[in-house]
Design a protein around this ligand. Structure first.
Ligand code: SF4
Length: 397
């Protein structure tokens, strides 16, 4: 497949065509995306309702100086936040659509203006080893520094902030909202946190003071120095490892593999709880030999206790021509991951699949049962298997 056929160009408005899967993930956003937006909540995947109406404004942006710009010659600025290293003349914007050179000063346009604000089960983020069954308040703005052909949130992430309805929600208001709705954590997901990195940092600082957990789900395409700034504020991280193939990253994602591997190692070295999501896309990254190499790398570099979500692909966006991942492929992929030594390999987005459950790797007894986003801790207490006392990695209280 030609590379130009899959990677979208920045700052191009997409038509609002639905995915063939019915756009399950995007359906949540529909409750936010229409003109009469509301802070919304949902119970599992079954229901959503307005919690408290708050007007969201189309294109609401509150530009804020960003610390990630370095002046270069001719009034140009270079952004040091992610490996793209965008160089911007005055008036230009970076590939992520949210950072801009305004008369020689670098600004972010993704601060305090989330277009997504949802109360969700933590499993949906997805975190399987972080206070199972708890709720987290997720926030995301427009923008992304990648351009995945299989983006599930393309109509909020792969657009400019001027194109979406956004809430006026400074960091303290996010934390206040999280406490009001009984969230245990704040999650930066359902978009790309690198796009709203400065906002994530500020929200995390507030959330920490309030005793909330801070969770980031990212593609991990970020430079080491900015990452090291924010890691002390986070409690758990889920990184999308989209393939173990540099060519796939260039053709289908619009990025590079190596910086993502570096991010994974830095998160592990920082001692945060780490989970990984790998979406298996038919014909593009479902080679089980390559998957085995990836799982061996994870086990060797990050440790065999790193939970891996082997996620089912559903046709959407630029890959609407491909079929969903066969469950048989996911089953074989899980066997490959287990054979590589990974002790917590899950099958994701196949509700009711046995691969959603957590079994103790020592005695094989079931410790957490999951059906979709319904969770029951049946054999774990204080982060240990009730039967044999084996420590189960994660955050449990
Ligand atoms: S964060 Fe945005 S502006 Fe900065 S280098 Fe990456 S894509 Fe470019």
């Amino acid at each position: 497949m030609g590379r130009e056929g899959l990677v979208s160009k920045p700052a191009v408005r997409r038509s609002r065509r639905p995915g063939r899967d019915g756009g399950k993930r995007r359906d949540w956003f529909r409750c936010l995306g229409a003109g009469a937006c509301a802070l919304a909540w949902s119970r599992g995947s079954l229901a959503s309702a307005s919690l408290e109406a708050q007007e969201a404004r189309k294109g609401f942006v509150a530009p804020r100086p960003s610390p990630f710009f370095t002046p270069v010659e001719g009034g140009h600025l270079r952004c040091e936040l992610c490996p793209h290293g965008c160089r911007m003349a005055p008036g230009e914007r970076g590939r992520c659509r949210v950072r801009e050179n305004r008369r020689g000063q670098g600004y972010t346009l993704a601060w305090g203006n989330p277009c997504v604000v949802l109360l969700e089960p933590v499993e949906r983020m997805p975190f399987f080893h972080v206070v199972p069954g708890s709720r987290c308040l997720s926030v995301a703005t427009a923008g992304c520094n990648l351009a995945c052909a299989f983006c599930e949130v393309w109509d909020t992430a792969l657009v400019m902030p001027e194109e979406v309805h956004a809430f006026d929600l400074p960091p303290a208001a996010v934390v206040e909202r999280a406490r009001q709705v009984g969230a245990r954590s704040v999650a930066f997901t359902l978009g790309e946190p690198v796009a709203y990195f400065e906002y994530m940092e500020a929200v995390s600082a507030e959330a920490k003071k309030a005793g909330l957990l801070c969770l980031m789900h990212s593609a991990g395409f970020v430079n080491p120095a900015p990452l090291d700034r924010v890691l002390p504020l986070l409690d758990a991280v889920n990184i999308d490892l989209k393939a173990f193939d540099a060519g796939f990253y260039r053709r289908v994602v619009g990025g590079e593999l190596q910086p993502v591997l570096e991010t994974l190692k830095r998160v592990r070295a920082a001692g945060l709880h780490l989970e990984i999501t790998h979406l298996l896309i038919p014909t593009l990254n479902d080679d089980l030999g390559r998957l085995g190499e990836m799982c061996s790398w994870i086990a060797g570099e990050l440790g065999p206790d790193t939970p891996l979500h082997l996620s089912r692909f559903y046709p959407l966006y630029r890959l609407a021509n491909l079929p969903p991942t066969p469950v048989s492929t996911l089953n074989r992929a899980r066997e490959v991951a287990q054979a590589a030594g990974l002790r917590y390999a899950y099958v994701a987005k196949v509700p009711g699949h046995d691969g959603e459950n957590t079994a103790c790797p020592a005695c094989r007894n079931l410790v957490i049962r999951r059906v979709g986003f319904m969770v029951e801790e049946v054999g774990v207490a204080g982060g240990r298997c009730r039967s044999c006392g084996e420590k189960i990695p994660g955050i449990w209280s």
